[in-house]
Write a protein that binds this ligand. Structure first.
Ligand SMILES: NC(=O)c1ccc[n+]([C@@H]2O[C@H](COP(=O)([O-])OP(=O)(O)OC[C@H]3O[C@@H](n4cnc5c(N)ncnc54)[C@H](O)[C@@H]3O)[C@@H](O)[C@H]2O)c1
Length: 438
């Protein structure tokens, strides 16, 4: 598929996300049938911390006949570590040397040996891996964010549609959608306990993130792939990489997508010997249809007060996840469930949907929420109010075509070893695509 295919409109995406959400929330399906007991062959692309975790969760789905059959990574060490962890489930592992693929193209070979693929590389690769997986007819678990630019967002929405046409199941690692506490809170909001939501705040404020040092044998590209978090073309900046979770909750609870974003951000608090190409703080106001505003903050400073979560104000009360109060502080509802393990539940649901052939496709909301985080980044980098539809149409592919292990890096450090940062005074939007986007 290429980018000239007819795009999926924002309206289509919202509609499809609603249907997928109903399926993900475990609502009964008219298609329910006896589950298949066939083996599900699982392939892993990107065997780092999260990929390995997701692989273990896929192997641990209760009662599922499952085998790990293939792994791809650009690092031998990651592959070895993942297999080492999988030893605790060794009866479910059939991944000999010839099905361990090293290199940037390894994902293609993994797709020849699995029914379900876990995509957990740095997010810059995700739209292209997702496209290849669905074209190859594979079910997908993919980590968030699913794109780091508008180009990737458009591609993911097209691939989401293709997955539906092929009846493939897709789960995105926005695990709050599989968390009872979130689901029950949302049910109370939908029941009207807090009245109409009129505003909200979402946060991912914490400490400095990890930083991987350059090794002497690494080329500039290999260094960037290893220290991917700090490069926008790979991570999308931390507003996309982490804060997507909370921006996604706002879209989900409101049942709407923003029409524009306006914000401020910068780089203030990294260690001097850790040059980075991303900001360490962003604060963005997202405006939704009708004028409702959601304020978003994400920062990575040591000290200060950490805050990760969401809050919404309604005409009758305040919504915090797990609790709704009125404006006098009286508790209207409190979550009393035991809680669940959403990282596991998302895999349980995915296997169940595959076995029963029931609809499950998170790629619509996974994409629109990832794109909203990208929109927020455009707002802070440009210092301008940016419209969803305009940014969605930008010709802004950041992943180089034909990337090779020994090839050049798409961004280079300056003479002092630092990377240029986007600044509102000089930031330029890429041109819009020529073809119309509906
Ligand atoms: N849902 C969550 O709560 C959650 C938590 C952590 C991470 N994540 C997401 O998971 C993804 C991976 O994060 P991580 O923490 O595991 O990072 P990581 O650095 O630990 O792992 C990434 C792995 O991908 C490999 N890799 C890089 N480029 C590759 C390519 N082109 N092909 C194959 N392998 C490649 C790396 O060698 C590494 O082993 C990110 O998108 C991140 O946002 C989600």
């Amino acid at each position: 598929m290429n980018d000239s295919m007819s795009p999926v409109s924002r309206r289509d995406a919202i509609k499809a996300a609603g249907a997928a959400a109903a399926a993900a929330a475990g609502m009964p399906s008219v298609h329910a049938q006896s589950p298949s007991t066939d083996v599900i062959r699982v392939g892993l692309v990107g065997a780092g911390g999260r990929g390995t975790g997701a692989m273990m969760q896929s192997l641990a789905v209760p009662g599922s006949n499952v085998k790990l059959t293939a792994i791809a990574d650009i690092s031998d060490r990651s592959i070895e570590n993942a297999l080492k962890q999988a030893e605790s489930q060794k009866e479910k592992v059939d991944c000999p040397e010839e099905r361990r693929f090293k290199g940037l193209d390894g994902y293609k070979q993994v797709l020849d040996h699995c029914d379900l693929v876990i995509l957990a590389t740095p997010p810059g690769f995700r739209p292209f891996h997702f496209e290849a997986a669905v074209k190859a007819g594979k079910h997908v678990f993919m980590e968030k964010p699913v794109c780091v630019d508008a180009f990737g967002a458009r591609l993911c929405l097209q691939v989401a549609k293709m997955a539906d046409e092929k009846k493939l199941k897709v789960v995105v690692g926005l695990q709050r959608h599989y968390d009872d506490k979130y689901l029950e809170t949302l049910a109370r909001v939908r029941d009207g306990l807090a009245g109409n939501i009129v505003s909200g705040q979402v946060y991912w404020n914490g400490d400095r993130p990890w930083f991987r040092n350059r090794k002497p044998e690494m080329s500039e590209l290999q260094y960037q792939l290893s220290n991917w978090y700090h490069f926008m073309w790979l991570s999308g900046d931390h507003i996309a990489e982490q804060h997507v979770h909370n921006i996604d909750v706002a879209n989900w609870f409101l049942g709407k997508l923003p029409v524009s974003a306006y914000g401020v951000g910068g780089l203030q608090n990294r260690k001097p010997d850790q040059p980075t190409q991303i900001y360490d703080h962003h604060t963005v106001t997202f405006t939704y249809p009708g004028g409702l505003k959601i304020n978003s903050q994400c920062r990575q400073f040591p000290g200060g007060e950490g805050r990760v979560g969401e809050e919404f104000q309604g005409t009758k009360g305040i919504v915090r996840i797990g609790e709704i109060t009125d404006y006098a502080g009286n508790v209207l509802w409190k979550f009393e469930g035991k809680g669940c393990k959403p990282y596991q539940v998302e895999h349980d649901r995915l296997h169940d949907a595959i076995r029963r052939d029931t609809p499950l496709n998170d790629a619509y909301h996974g994409t629109t929420s990832s794109f909203c985080a990208v929109l927020g980044r455009y707002a802070t980098y440009s210092g301008k109010q940016v419209a969803y539809d305009k940014v969605f149409a930008l010709d802004d592919r950041t992943m180089p075509e034909g990337l090779t292990w020994d090839g050049p890096a798409p961004v280079l450090p300056e003479a002092d070893g630092r990377y240029a940062l986007p600044m509102p005074a000089t930031f330029k939007m890429t041109a819009e695509r020529q073809e119309p986007v509906s």
